[in-house]
Design a protein around this ligand. Sequence first.
Ligand SMILES: Cc1ncc(COP(=O)(O)O)c(C=O)c1O
Length: 379
Amino acid sequence: MSRIYLDNAATTAIDKEVLKAMTTVMEFQFGNPSSIHAHGREVRSIIENARKTVAKLLNTSPAEIFFTSGGTEADNMAINCSIEDYGITHAITSKIEHHAVLHTLEILEKKGKIKLSFVKLDEKGHVDLAHLEELLQTNERSLVSLMHANNEIGNLIDLEKVGDICEKYNAIFHTDTVQTMGHYAHDLSKLKVHFITCAAHKLHGPKGVGFLYINHNIKIKPMIHGGAQERNMRGGTENVYGIVGLAKALEIAYAELEEHQNYIQGLKSYMIDKLQNEIPDVKFNGDIDPNRSLYTVLNVSFPTSEMGEMLLFNLDIAGISASGGSACSSGSNVGSHVLTNINSDPGRPAVRFSFCKNNTKEEIDLVVEKLKDFFLVKA
Ligand SMILES: Cc1ncc(COP(=O)(O)O)c(C=O)c1O
């Protein structure tokens, strides 16, 4: 039996067309984009075309797109540079952000650069917007960093509402969109965000490449110093194949966006129903309302059982790849800062199943059958 991959929030399989676009450049366009001769100029134009593609899809200007090594670097750059260059002394985030955000802010707090506040979460793990407003009522200029979709439980924030609140209090708004880029149509001409981030490998693109969108009203200095690449904002010879792959992956994602949204939400709903009907006492961590939850992620809380103790390990042995969240993939959910900070029962094993366009209902049937073996006591 071939293995079943339900860990698409960790990374996705590269699209064949993406691979083709990348290998063509790898094979034939090897020039350094900073060289002024024809070999270099050819590759420079490949990068700029990729930037135009990304910008057009997001309805923004190419001047606002900066290629990076992925989501972590983009998050670090937005946070470190805005705090440094805008003299920000107060940052507001939530306890369930990705570590690329959380650790970056905690280090700045430890160094005494900022005061760090955490916005309250409700019983389903959603950000309390009234509390966000309360926290913003200081005289300090604040940075708000709240992820669009949580990578472990899938909860979505309302970008329009948070953007409006940040605008009201003149705060800088960074949102980690790593899990939603290529999954929702972000229209940057309308959203009131200053920074958003992308990692190409979450949307069937290559690993080690992403981008940071910096709104044209924001002026920051580089985080990585060196050459004049990325319009003096990020030194280092560009990851040309990665950038080409990223643009291609985003192009494909947008061309098939609605179709995939419906298809993948269908898979998630199907799994929710099956689990509820076939395994007693199954619960879900985070919200499962399709309007407030990322359609690619389902975090399931299983009843305590002998087999459940090593659930991820047992699933792996059974040919199923899933995870317990970003901080933990080693067989238990101990260590998930997200689950510890929402109302999740630590005694119950949790598994994050995350879907993509390549998954099928037949795969879900097989996974639920396997789970039944673990949780149903056979007569
Ligand atoms: C929400 C979120 N932010 C940031 C990252 C970091 O992305 P990368 O590992 O590509 O740097 C991830 C990856 O797991 C993520 O899920």
